[in-house]
Write a protein that binds this ligand. Structure first.
Ligand code: ADP
Ligand code: MG
Ligand code: ZN
Length: 483
C-alpha cells in the first residue's frame, strides 16, 4: 500500500449453524458419531425437500432461528420481529431447485457492530445485516463428467455482512478471528474452517487517500482460512493499486484465491453477474418472533469475549494482552476458569496459557481441547511453583512432559527430579561445604564484593544437581556474610 492510496474492505462471512437437522427438512446437518456431512457417501444425506423435488415443502427449523438470533443479539443488531425468506434465483447444478432460499429485504438482523482490538486500540466495525439461508450442494468434477453431491444442500447458514469499514488485510483478519471467536463462544457454530463451516468472501477496493467515494471492488470468493483471507486481500490491494497508479480502471468482478501461487484470479466479470430476481418465498410464511422469545434468548446470552476481557483486566489484574488471548477462544477461557477454580492463582495460570501453552498449540495447529494437558495439571504445577517446590525452568520442563504423556503432575515432577530442595538443613550443609571450599572468594564477598553472591549460588546449585531453591540459598549465603 502506498501513501497516496487506501484500501477499503467489507467481508461477507458464511457460518454454518450447529443444529442437528437441516434448515428446512429433517435430514441431519451433523450426522452422529462425529462424521462430517462431506464424508458420507454422495447423496446419502438427502430427502425430497433438500434434493429439490417438485412439490416438497420446506419447514423452518426453529433451532436455526434461535442460533441466528443469538448471533444477532451478541453483535448488537436490530432484530426484525417479522423476517421474510426469499428466493434467490440462479441456475447451478448444485442447487437443484433453481433457487436458494435466503433472506433479502427483510433479514432477521440489521445494523450491528463488532469491536476489534488492534494492540491497545479498539475499533468498531459496523455490521450491515445477518440473514439466514440454506447451503448449496457441491459439484464434483472429474475428467469425463461432473457429479453433484447434495449432502450439504439445506444445511443452515447465517451470512454476516460487514460495512466496508476495514482498511487493511491485518484488520480484516482480526475482525474475522473475532467473529469466529464469538460464534464458537456462543456455541452456535463449530467454526470448522477446513470443512467450510466458516468461510468468507472478501470485497476489496482501493481509492485515493481521503476520497469520500468508494472505488470499484473485486470480490474474492470462498476463502476458508484466516491466513489465506489476509493474503488474498494483500494481493488484491497491490494488484488494484498497481492498476490505479498506471492510470487504469479496476473492473468489478468476482475473483478466486489460489493459495499455491498466492494470487487472485478472475472468475467472472460484472457483465456476467446474475440478476437474482428475488421474491418472497411462497412456501414459507413470514416468521414472527415474539418479544418474549427475543428476550429469552437475550437473557440466556453468555458474557461476551469483550466484556470478559475487560473483567479479567479489572478484577484479576491480567494484562490486556493476556486477557485478549484467553478470551479469543471458548476452549482457552474454559480451561483458564477451570484451572483457577482448582485453586491456582489467575496471573501465573494466564502466563502459562498465553505463553508456553499457546506456543505449543500454535506449533501443533490444535485446540486446547485436543491436547493431553488438563486444568488439573496446570493448577498443580502453578501451586508447586508458588510453594517454591518447582523452579520456573523446571515448570516448563514438567509442562512439556505432561503435554507429551498426560501423566499426573506429581509423578512427573518426582520422576524427572524437578522438585526443588527447600529443606533448610540440607541447604545449609551445602552452603557450608561450598563456603569452606572457597575461602578466598568467601573473604572477598565479606569485604563487599557482591558479585560473588552469584558465584556461590551457582556453586550450591551445582552441588544440589540443580534442585536447590535459589531464593533460599541466597538468603543463607547472605546470613553467612553477616555472621
Ligand atoms: P453483494 O451482495 O452483491 O456482494 P453488497 O452491496 O451487499 O453486494 O456488498 C457486499 C459486501 O461488499 C459488504 O460487505 C460491503 O461492505 C462490501 N462492499 C460494498 N462496496 C464495497 C467497495 N466499494 N469496496 C469494498 N467493499 C465493498
Ligand atoms: Mg457478495
Ligand atoms: Zn433433507
Amino acid at each position: 500500500m502506498s501513501a497516496e492510496f487506501e484500501a477499503v474492505i467489507g467481508l461477507e462471512v458464511h457460518c454454518q449453524l450447529a443444529t442437528d437437522s437441516k434448515i428446512f427438512c429433517s435430514c441431519p446437518a451433523r450426522p452422529p458419531g462425529g462424521v462430517s456431512v462431506s464424508e458420507l457417501p454422495p447423496n446419502a444425506n438427502t430427502c425430497p425437500v433438500c434434493a429439490g423435488h417438485p412439490g416438497a415443502l420446506p419447514v423452518l427449523n426453529r433451532k436455526a432461528v434461535d442460533h441466528a438470533l443469538r448471533a444477532g443479539l451478541a453483535l448488537g443488531c436490530q432484530i426484525n420481529r417479522t423476517h421474510v425468506f426469499a428466493r434467490k434465483n440462479y441456475f447451478y447444478p448444485d442447487l437443484p431447485k433453481g433457487y436458494q432460499i435466503s433472506q433479502y429485504d427483510r433479514p432477521l438482523c440489521e445494523d450491528g457492530r463488532l469491536a476489534i482490538q488492534a494492540g491497545d486500540q479498539s475499533r468498531e466495525i459496523r455490521i450491515q445485516r445477518i440473514h439466514m439461508e440454506e447451503d448449496a450442494g457441491k459439484s464434483v468434477h472429474s475428467a469425463q463428467s461432473t457429479a453433484v453431491n447434495l449432502n450439504r444442500a439445506g444445511v443452515p447458514l447465517i451470512e454476516i455482512v460487514s460495512h466496508p469499514d476495514l482498511r487493511t488485510a491485518e484488520e480484516a483478519g482480526t475482525y474475522l478471528r473475532a467473529l469466529h471467536g464469538i460464534v464458537t463462544w456462543l456455541g452456535i457454530s463449530d467454526g470448522n474452517m477446513q470443512e467450510g463451516n466458516f468461510r468468507c468472501d472478501a470485497n476489496v477496493s482501493v481509492r485515493p487517500k481521503g476520497s469520500p467515494v468508494l472505488g470499484t471492488r473485486a470480490e474474492v470468493k470462498n476463502v476458508n482460512s484466516f491466513r489465506f483471507v489476509e493474503k488474498a486481500i494483500e494481493h488484491e490491494i497491490s494488484r488494484q493499486t498497481a492498476i490505479l497508479r498506471s492510470g487504469g480502471k479496476v473492473l468489478q468482478e468476482t475473483r478466486g484465491y489460489d493459495p499455491d501461487r498466492d494470487v487472485t484470479v478472475s472468475l467472472r466479470s460484472k457483465e456476467e453477474a446474475q440478476d437474482y430476481r428475488y421474491f418472497p418465498e411462497p412456501d414459507l410464511l413470514p416468521v414472527e418472533l415474539s418479544e418474549a422469545w427475543i428476550e429469552e434468548v437475550r437473557r440466556a446470552l453468555p458474557e461476551l469475549p469483550a466484556q470478559r476481557r475487560a473483567r479479567y483486566v479489572a478484577e484479576l489484574g491480567l494484562s490486556p494482552y493476556d486477557a485478549g488471548v484467553l478470551t479469543s477462544s471458548a476452549g482457552l477461557v474454559e480451561f483458564f476458569e477451570r484451572t483457577v477454580a482448582l485453586g491456582a492463582s489467575a496471573k501465573p495460570v494466564a502466563n502459562f496459557l498465553t505463553g508456553e501453552v499457546a506456543r505449543r498449540l500454535n506449533d501443533e495447529g490444535i485446540e486446547i481441547g485436543q491436547s493431553r494437558l488438563t486444568p488439573t495439571h496446570l493448577a498443580e504445577l502453578v501451586m508447586l511453583v508458588q510453594a517454591g517446590q518447582v523452579s520456573s525452568t523446571g515448570a516448563k520442563q514438567a509442562l512439556g512432559v505432561a503435554w507429551q504423556t498426560g501423566h499426573a503432575m506429581a509423578t512427573i515432577v518426582d520422576r524427572e527430579g524437578l522438585r526443588q530442595v527447600s529443606d533448610l538443613g540440607e541447604l545449609e550443609r551445602w552452603v557450608d561445604e561450598v563456603w569452606a571450599a572457597n575461602p578466598g572468594q568467601a573473604a572477598e564477598l565479606r569485604s563487599g564484593k557482591d558479585k560473588l553472591l552469584g558465584f556461590f549460588t551457582g556453586q550450591v546449585m551445582k552441588k544440589s544437581g540443580g534442585k536447590a531453591n535459589p531464593a533460599l540459598i541466597q538468603e543463607l549465603i547472605r546470613k553467612k556474610v553477616t555472621s
